[in-house]
Design a protein around this ligand. Sequence first.
Ligand SMILES: [Ca+2]
Length: 374
Amino acid sequence: MGYVKASLLVGEETLRSPTCKAVCLFTLALLITSTIFTSIAIPAQQSSISLEDVKLTKGLADRLGPFSPIEESLELGVSWARVKGDQAIIEISKGVYDFSELDLEVSTYQALGGNVLITIFPKNREKPSDVEAYKQFVKALVERYDGDGYEDSPLLKYPVKYWEVMNEPDIQFSTAWMPAMFKGPPEDYVDVLKATYEAIKEADPEAKVVIAAPSIINPWAPPDTLEFWEEVMEHGAGSYFDVGNVHFITGTESEYSEDTDFDVSYYKELLSSHGVEEKPLVITELQLGATESGEEKQARALVKGCVRAFAEGVEFIMYVEIKALEPSTKLPEELIRSFLIDLSGRRRPVFYAFKTMTALIGDFQSVVKLSEGC
Ligand SMILES: [Ca+2]
């Protein structure tokens, strides 16, 4: 493995946009690894694998997702996939688990070099009435994919080490295209987080527990959204996750600037204001909407925002959707405007910006902020 120290000027160098200012916006030194990727086929029933081994496995040094749809993902050079570990689907009767669908999903991504984060959902998307039974489910789930050779999926190629505890639990209402994410007050979510954390660590002490992200975390967020997360932190959530989590969801280019860090700074303030120690961060949902006239800005903001987020300590970022994966009639206009490939199949500038970014910085090992100007 060799290392190349490179300096990246984010802006006109990357996107060649005629509207970019000629001056430096954000200069970062990136240590880009030139790792020789070798496919490490690990028989599922052999010796245990450490977290460090995972990072050396094919494709796992990459920092971007999603890994779906597969063909476009391979072209874009992304590697992170996010799949559901849903108790309602897996626990077919009390204490009886059917992992067949998830086994296949995980192994498909892994076979192509993808890294997998699994989002855990308790049955009914609420605090379980039987917490111990829920913990047994979580332990069985983690044991299935931890790669320690004990009760592993026979299809497992390398371990799953990142586990997200539900999704945007502050969304407690359903819409035509989106179910309620959680039913219950903030303290109930903390109870789910605690139970999940304890079960995960019992099954695999090396695993990383990722807290659910707020649906919105900025000064424009609805007051009840911010209050939900204030209360989550006040109820001691900080002791029950290893990795913080941010979502940045926008509908048009008017909702973000090219100076964005995808709300990472607001999230850090949320944690620090409640005495939560600094933690690594991930962005499990990024959505940059743009009208046709805003597509250039969308492309620039993607690259600049990703670099700024990485500089703030974000480990990996997953874009919400590369293209429509279901009939567009079901989807809101805001989401459609964020696709890298539009409904006619046209690749928007943001698609090429994404592809260029993964080629240039997809495998960086560390990032250091040198200066910030303009
Ligand atoms: Ca195992």
